[in-house]
Design a binder for this molecule. Structure first.
Ligand code: ATP
Length: 912
């Protein structure tokens, strides 16, 4: 997390006073600098001087270090050198990007008048300057500063302290680059999961919240947190500020927000206003997200399941990377959003699945639409740039091409037989933008477009007569220059005479040094006025050239001025229908996601899941979407496995699977694949299985007992226990929990007992669907007394002393871990392997005896007074007991042998 200083923003009309003592000693320019800097503390000040943004004092030191640019000095302040560094304006975006990525915020200060105007005011006048924008991580709009495939959210967090504890939080998040605006409310227990889902690039909070020790940990997870003064989070003025932003008289037309949501929403728009300084980026009205509408997934689970990044921090290898076949940036962003927030509403999921099914069934439509979308522009980001005055001609072209693509897509979609609801909505949205606008843009814009509007030359010839006239004049004058050059060369008999142009001299005549004297002597000196002598050339001007120069400059300026006017006019037309354009842009994204998920389903052989409100969970031949792709690249098959956690009343069924198996057998893969299948189903995707029936999962938990967090000062085991505690405290019967080797991070018996007690708790109290992988084979005995627990194991076979992994999950339990065989595969020296084997056999003998005694004490059988009574026990109970005993003895034995063994064991125990 980046710690930021509060931004003290003065009331708009009141300019901050310059420090009196500084004013006494500093140059007028430095005085201006200090004044602007004082109003923007906590931000690096980019102070425009000619073609550079200069940074001074500490800002210069920070920037030179972060950007690796030279630190120089400029004059003195209070007797000391002023450190300075600068970045060229034309490459400033790159530098901005690096500063923002490093967690800094920047105030961009421009010259707001012509230097000539300053001069006219008096000799000592400094060019007026003003901050035109604050660049912060959450308020970016430039393509170069943004990741095209990810949303860039600014999040405001407002808190209400309830008297009896149990704080509530209002959250509002905005992506200025797409105009999205969402709000929700949550409890403190839900905060971490909600923040992880939104995944903001910058959060704003009050100073008090920023310094709150309880929240510190949660806030530290965020990339940048900016504390602001309390007035920004003032609930009393929130509604008015929102109404002002949306230019409405009352909130009636907007979604009904709770007071906390409105407070957060108002803080967010206030910050947007402040950072954009006078610009007012249009935002969609805040949409309210109902609590519980999405699957709760806490940060540890997201990290652990590698949803958008691998544990090593890479996108490649994550679930998102494996399923992302989108062809547009907006589609990719929407897919990432959906993956972050799987739905909990079965009918809404079904609507998404219907759209995917349509394109699974109709591959021609799918491919046609994908090829149109591939060329479609990112309209929402183009609109955002235009709205804050940072758009260029290519953004206008983007809108033109977007509307044209909308027509093409519509034509193709109208060939579908009975399009499902989601596609019908897409079609309605694509009809909205005015076709006339596209036609006008097409007639206005040239084929080749410059990147920035000030370069000019983007309006098509013939679009506006006045522009054509100005351009003709400018071009004709250029021709005049060419003919003048020929004439001068003739008149002077200097063949190599050239007319050139630069910004200092304007147009000038240039001859080589040997001809210089000739032009400087009579009679030619009457025409050619000497301007400059360089090493090899001499430069002259003529009065005729001066006149033509003025004409060209005027015509050029006029042409550019007209083009800029046309740009603003077209831009205003686009803004006038920005809601329609944004609806169409969203429709493209929806279609991209639906067709890409359909392509994934077809290419990787996925099936449509059945999602309902039951507590069922039955997957047939399930696969891990990421591991399967990785194996496929190497030409290796993935072994599919079933998993059934559905409740089966009246029967022993396995809502809690205990999975044992050797190292490297595929336990973790199996656990994760089931969680990922549930998640994919609930985002409305087909899933890697031959059949999947899933009762809505409201919370997903995934833990591995090995991740440590030394950076936060917690040991491996502490992290594991904190996370396990969260699950045992929070999981309910709709949750899906996967626990991988919990208890591994401590001494064997401590770990075993914790795992033992955790399983009992999950089974009895949480009653959630659970997959629990372990190397503690002793735990399998628990199935004897927990009716909804089921033992499963991953099969391996031994061949010539080596272990062969079959990756098949079957009922039963593993007899051993084959840890030594795996160590041998990994290349441990043979002597170590041999010694380990001998130590293991001794330990096993000792351990089995000890564990058996401990477990036997815990089994109800030992309350049975005699063997005769045990034999007379009801068969089901007897069977359970047999199972428990078998679990203690790896070798196959008949029920009778097991009972014999049990009593033999009991006889050995000390008498009570
Ligand atoms: N179903 C499968 N089909 C094919 N290969 C698989 C399958 N499951 C796992 N694998 C392969 O086996 C490797 C090990 O799997 P995994 O990490 O799940 O084992 P594990 O049992 O959890 O091991 P450990 O107990 O050592 O953590 C995977 O990287 C993958 O390449």
């Amino acid at each position: 997390m980046t710690v930021q200083q509060p931004i003290p923003v003065p009331p708009p009309d009141e300019a901050p006073a310059a420090p009196a003592e500084a004013a006494a000693r500093v140059t007028p320019m430095m005085e201006q600098y200090l004044e602007i800097k004082a109003a923007h503390q906590g931000l690096l000040l980019f102070y425009r001087m000619g073609d550079f943004y200069e940074l001074f004092f500490e800002d210069a030191e920070i920037a030179s270090k972060t950007l690796g640019i030279v630190l120089t000095k400029r004059g003195k302040h209070q007797g000391a050198d002023i450190p300075m560094c600068g970045v060229p304006v034309e490459r400033s975006e790159d530098y901005l990007h690096r500063l923002i990525s490093a967690g800094h915020r920047v105030a961009v200060c421009e010259q707001t008048e012509d230097p000539a105007a300053a001069k006219a005011r008096g000799n000592k006048s400094v060019v007026r300057r003003g901050v035109v924008r604050l660049v912060t991580p959450g308020t970016l709009t430039e393509d170069t500063l943004l990741d095209a495939r990810a949303n860039n959210y600014l999040l405001a967090i407002a808190r209400a302290r309830a008297s009896g504890g149990g704080d509530r939080f209002g959250l509002a998040w905005i992506d200025i680059s797409t105009a999205e605006f969402m709000v929700t409310e949550c409890s403190s227990g839900e905060l971490a999961a909600t923040l992880a889902r939104i995944n903001p690039n910058e959060a704003i909070v009050t100073d008090a919240l920023f310094n709150d020790s309880e929240l510190g940990q949660t806030l530290r997870e965020l990339p940048a947190v900016t504390p602001l003064t309390r007035d920004v989070f003032d609930g009393a003025t929130a509604e008015k500020r929102l109404c002002d932003y949306f230019a409405v008289a009352t909130m009636d037309g907007l979604a009904q927000l709770t007071r906390l949501e409105a407070t957060a929403a108002a803080a967010a728009v206030t910050y947007v206003d402040r950072t954009q300084v006078g610009k007012h980026p249009p935002l969609s009205p805040p949409a309210r997200e109902a609590s519980g509408a999405t699957m709760a997934i806490d940060p540890a689970t997201r990290a652990n399941l590698e949803l958008t990044r691998t544990l090593a921090g890479e996108r490649r290898g994550s679930l998102l990377d494996a399923i992302d076949c989108t062809v547009t940036s907006a589609g990719s962003r929407l897919l990432a959003q959906r993956l972050a927030a799987p739905l909990t509403d079965a009918p809404a999921i079904a609507r998404r699945l219907d759209a995917v099914s349509t394109f699974v069934a109709d591959s021609a439509a799918r491919e046609d639409i994908r090829s149109i979308l591939r060329g479609a522009p990112d309209m929402s980001r183009a609109l955002a740039r235009l709205s804050v005055g940072r758009g260029g001609p290519r953004d206008l072209a983007g809108i033109r091409d977007g509307i044209i693509a909308a027509d093409q897509v519509l034509t193709r979609l109208s060939e579908l037989d009975q399009p499902p609801q989601e596609i019908a909505a897409v079609m309605a949205a694509l009809q909205r933008p005015s076709r006339q606008l596209a036609a006008e843009f097409a007639s206005a814009l040239d084929e080749q477009l410059p990147l920035i509007k000030r370069d000019g030359g983007f309006v098509r010839q013939g679009y506006e007569p006045a522009l054509d006239e100005a351009r003709n004049l400018r071009d004709a004058s250029r021709l005049v220059v060419a003919s003048m050059q020929a004439r001068y060369a003739d008149a002077t008999s200097v063949k190599g005479l050239k007319i050139r142009h630069n910004n200092v001299l304007g147009y000038f005549v240039e001859v080589t040094a040997q001809h210089g004297d000739k032009l400087m002597s009579a009679p030619l000196n009457a025409t050619f006025i000497h301007r400059q002598t360089l090493a090899g050339q001499v430069r002259f001007t003529t009065s005729e050239l001066g006149e033509i120069e003025a004409k060209i400059a005027n015509a050029g300026d006029r042409a550019l001025g007209l083009e800029l006017e046309i740009f603003e006019r077209l831009s205003a037309k686009a803004m006038a229908i920005s809601d329609d354009l944004r609806a169409a842009a969203h429709a493209f994204a929806l279609l991209d996601v639906a067709t890409s998920l359909a392509k994934l389903a077809v290419d990787d052989n996925y099936v449509r899941p059945e999602v309902d409100d039951s507590l069922g969970f039955a997957i047939e031949a399930g696969r891990h979407p990421v591991v399967e792709q990785a194996l496929k690249r190497n030409g290796e098959p993935f072994i599919a496995n079933a998993c059934d956690l559905s409740p089966a009343p009246g029967q022993k069924s396995g809502q809690l699977w205990l999975l044992t198996g050797p190292n490297m057998a595929g336990k973790s893969t199996f656990l994760r694949q089931n969680a990922l299948i549930a998640l994919l189903a609930q985002i409305g995707s087909f899933v890697p299985a031959t059949r999947a029936r899933i009762g809505i999962v409201d919370r997903l938990f995934s833990r591995v007992g090995a991740a440590d967090d030394l950076a936060r000062g917690r040991s491996t085991f502490m992290v594991e226990m904190v996370e396990t505690a969260a699950i045992l405290n929070q999981a309910g019967e709709r949750s899906l929990v996967i626990l991988d080797e919990i208890g591994r991070g401590t001494a064997t018996f401590d770990g075993l007992s914790i795992a033992w007690a955790a399983i009992e708790h999950l089974h009895e109290s949480n009653r959630c669907r659970t997959l629990f992988a372990t190397h503690y084979h002793e735990l399998t005995a628990l199935s004897a007394k927990l009716p909804r627990m089921f033992n499963a194991t991953v099969r391996v076979k031994e061949w010539q002393g080596n272990v062969v992994f079959l990756h098949e999950v079957l009922p039963g339990s593993a007899d051993r871990s084959y840890g030594i065989q795996v160590a041998k595969l990994a290349g441990l020296p043979p002597a170590v392997i041999t010694r380990a084997k001998s130590v293991l056999s001794k330990l096993e003998a000792q351990d089995r005896g000890q564990t058996a005694r401990a477990l036997v004490d815990d089994l109800p059988l030992f309350a049975v007074p005699s063997r005769a009574a045990a034999e007379a026990a009801p068969p089901s109970e007897a069977e359970l007991l047999m199972e428990a005993v078998k679990a203690l003895h790896p070798d196959e034995m008949s029920p009778r042998e097991a009972l014999d063994a049990l009593y033999a064991l009991k006889a050995k125990l000390p008498k009570q």
